[in-house]
Design a protein around this ligand. Structure first.
Ligand SMILES: Cc1cc2nc3c(=O)[nH]c(=O)nc-3n(C[C@H](O)[C@H](O)[C@H](O)COP(=O)(O)OP(=O)(O)OC[C@H]3O[C@@H](n4cnc5c(N)ncnc54)[C@H](O)[C@@H]3O)c2cc1C
Length: 395
């Protein structure tokens, strides 16, 4: 394997880097964490995505006919790296860009691709994911939200939970039961629902970070056109899994861990104990070295995933391993930071003595959520064992 980038790729990296240097917005609320009201940060975040799109830096690998540039995945991976290095705000349309978009490219009808993909790119329509239900998390196929076909429409009734971003999303890609008599993995369909439809109620839930990150979403006789079905009726499980594989590659990116580790290193250089920075303490050095080795291993593992993309293979085992290892690694890095900070780790961001502007306590709580979201570590281990290593099924 050749791990070097070509001259053209390096030139592209330089071009992206200088564009980001000149354009990354600073000192504006860009996420719900920074903004006091949803409207302001959301407007800022949408216009940031639009600006990136207009400069040719969104979804580089998507086909040209739907607004992409049909560039190779290496360029997309360079762009992702540079965004993280520049601490550029994350894209508000991530669910559309990372999860639904690639799913529609594989499974959508021509009409669906033309209708939805361009608006995902420009952040004109923000998407959320309606999978989990109160009785169907890890065991997703037990979901009970049902859709009956009446004429040219589905009529949807039921409840979703933990729906991230539902409070400001325009659309939801949703799993519904369309045949209650079929075995549980059959009888499920994948449909696209307008979040502004009559009959939808959204109740925000506050996470331990203090943010209103996710929601309960209730459907009461919500009418959805039949043409919003993705894939075949009752065969949504396959489509759902394709989205999940994309989700796991998004969650397990290595550059985030590298960036987090660099920030931990800065912290260890800043905090002094007995007159010396913590980077001179042999026990702390050992801990940092251990984490850095894991970050490096993760970086090389991610190249396997990139190799799959270069060869046009859909995300598979590699993305599951990345999700498991990457999300746990990020949480371990944040845990190390909390321990280095000692009692200061308890301080919230608006307090005077807070270290690193309160980044670490937030990151520690947030990264724990990502170990669970998109399938918990236990479930990832089961999948890797059963599907990857062909071990006997767990009971
Ligand atoms: C930050 C965050 C964002 C999220 N965003 C969304 C979203 O936008 N849309 C959406 O649909 N969902 C979302 N979720 C929900 C997420 O997908 C579920 O929380 C997750 O799948 C686990 O389901 P559960 O919470 O019902 O836990 P449960 O399934 O009840 O699991 C409880 C515990 O039992 C363990 N367990 C369960 N079954 C097994 C098994 N067979 N073997 C071993 N251990 C097992 C689990 O690992 C876990 O530790 C989000 C979750 C989080 C934390």
């Amino acid at each position: 394997m050749d791990l070097n980038f070509s001259q053209e790729e390096e030139a592209f990296r330089q071009q992206v880097r200088s564009w980001l240097r000149a354009n990354v917005p600073r000192n504006k609320p860009m996420t719900s964490r920074e903004g006091d009201d949803d409207k302001t940060w959301l407007e800022n975040a949408k216009s940031w995505q639009r600006k990136l799109f207009e400069s040719g830096y969104v979804a580089l690998a998507w086909p040209k006919e739907y607004g992409g540039q049909a560039l190779d995945p290496v360029r997309q991976s360079i762009l992702n790296d540079e965004m993280v290095q520049a601490r550029a705000p994350q894209l508000v349309g991530l669910m559309g860009l990372g999860l639904l978009g690639p799913t529609l490219i594989s499974w959508g009808t021509e009409e669906q691709k033309r209708r939805y993909l361009p608006k995902i790119l420009t952040a004109e329509e923000i998407w959320c994911q309606g999978y989990s239900e109160p009785g169907a998390g890890s065991d997703l196929a037990s979901l009970r939200t049902r859709a009956e076909i009446v004429g040219d429409e589905f009529v949807v009734n039921g409840q979703k939970i933990w729906t991230s971003g539902a409070q400001y999303a325009d659309m939801i890609f949703c799993l519904v039961r369309t045949d209650s008599d079929a075995p549980k993995h059959r009888g499920i369909s994948y449909i696209l629902i307008d979040m502004h439809s009559p009959g939808i109620t959204i109740r925000p839930l506050v996470q331990m970070t203090g943010e209103r990150g996710f929601n309960e979403v209730f459907f009461d006789n919500v009418r959805v056109p039949r043409k919003n079905l993705v894939g075949k009726l009752n065969e949504g499980w396959m489509v759902a899994n394709s989205t999940l594989l994309h989700e796991r590659s998004v969650l397990g990116a290595a550059t985030g861990s590298q960036q987090l580790f660099n920030r931990l290193l800065e912290l260890a250089r800043t905090i002094k104990r007995n007159g010396h920075p913590l980077t001179q303490d042999p026990v702390i050095r050992q801990r940092l070295a251990d984490l850095e080795i894991r970050v490096e291993a993760m970086r090389f593992h991610c190249y396997r995933q990139l190799t799959d993309q270069i060869h046009g293979r859909p995300p598979g085992m590699e993305s599951m391993v990345n999700k498991l290892v990457g999300t746990e690694l990020n949480h371990d890095i944040a845990t190390a930071a909390m321990e280095l900070m000692g009692d200061y780790s308890m301080l919230a961001r608006k307090q005077e003595a807070v270290l690193d502007r309160g980044f670490w306590p937030y990151e520690w709580m947030f990264s724990l959520g990502l170990v669970i979201g998109g399938g918990t570590s236990h479930i990832q281990k089961n999948i890797i064992a059963e599907r990857g290593l062909k071990m006997p099924k767990s009971r």
